[in-house]
Design a protein around this ligand. Structure first.
Ligand code: GLV
Length: 311
């Protein structure tokens, strides 16, 4: 007998196919009335598979009294009410580590792009601008100060890359990371004052909402560059637009937004802003590892009673 899994939304074709092969899967997104469906059939399910973009709040979890595992496709799990899941005796897993390097690569890419103007220069050349002029001087990257908000796997991977650019690195997190040679800065505002680049690399969710506010942006200042490869909710986006419009912040490289796929209209005309579409972890290699890990977590739970990478 296959275990009965509720899948909240499509994940990837390969995950969907592996789950359909190994489990008795019900696709919630295909139910015309998901809430009514859960009220009637919620007790059937022994586990949940969810993509990082899909909400998995307390009402949904409470409708699944026999589900004891929630496997998330993604390192970030801010759409899952983990507290509710734990209260209900559910284990929650994510896909950590396998995408740290790719996310860190993109953080460096964004830092270099904003500082050196790669995207804007590409647009300039394509539009024929080089035939009649040259771009303004931009900003050096190597040797500068990089502040990291968050110093987990991704933050530390960014720090290793920054060291290759001869950058000084300090970080802010809830507590200092043991044995880390980089200096822990207890105040985010002080970190931003010191930094030329501030890279957001902490988890999203209610605890970190709008941690990067107007005060932090002002501390980073008119020459400072904000990079966000974590979650849009961590940055006060309205305050960010105001800071950029007023020239109180030097620039921003953003892979994530508060209300994806919405990107504030005002940013689209700003040459000191690079906007991406939440692609940091999504290389073929990382995605394949994430696909394996989300399924392996479910398999491990049903085999041993424990997920491999609990949150
Ligand atoms: C990507 O954003 C992830 O959380 O894996």
């Amino acid at each position: 007998m296959k275990h009965r899994i509720l899948q909240i939304g499509p994940i990837t074709p390969s995950v969907d196919a592996r789950l359909a092969r190994d489990y008795d899967v019900t696709p919630l997104w295909q139910q015309p009335e998901p809430a009514a469906f859960l009220a009637e059939h919620g007790a059937r399910f022994e586990g949940v598979a969810v993509h990082l973009r899909d909400a998995c709040g307390a009402p949904l979890l409470e409708a699944l009294p026999n589900a004891k595992v929630v496997a998330n496709f993604g390192v970030g799990y801010d759409k899952i009410d983990v507290e509710a899941a734990k209260r209900l005796g559910m284990q929650v897993s994510n896909t950590p580590r396998v995408l740290d390097g790719c996310v860190a690569d993109l953080a460096m890419g964004l830092a270099i792009d904003v500082a050196r103007g790669i995207s804007t220069t590409d647009r300039f050349v394509r539009a024929g601008g080089w035939k009649s002029g040259q771009r303004p001087l931009m900003t050096r990257v190597h040797g500068k100060n990089m502040g990291l908000l968050g110093f987990g796997g991704i933050g530390q991977a960014v720090a290793r890359r920054a060291a290759g650019f001869d950058m000084a690195v300090r970080y802010h997190s809830r507590r200092p990371v043991e044995n880390a040679p980089q200096r822990h800065e207890p105040s985010l505002v002080e970190l931003a004052k010191w930094a030329d680049f501030l890279v957001v690399a902490c988890p999203g969710g209610p605890q970190t909402r709008h941690l990067v506010n107007a005060e932090v942006m002002d501390a980073l200042g008119p020459a400072g560059i904000l990079i966000n490869i974590a979650r849009g909710s961590i940055v006060d986006e309205a305050a960010l637009v105001r800071a950029l419009q007023a020239g109180r912040l030097g620039g921003a490289g953003l892979d994530v937004f508060e209300n994806e796929p919405h990107v504030p209209e005002a940013m689209l005309d700003m040459d000191n802003v690079v906007v991406l579409s939440h692609i940091a972890g999504f290389t073929r290699e990382s995605r394949a590892d994430m696909e394996r890990l989300v399924c392996d977590n479910l398999d491990a739970y049903f085999r041993s009673g424990h997920v491999m990478t609990p949150v």
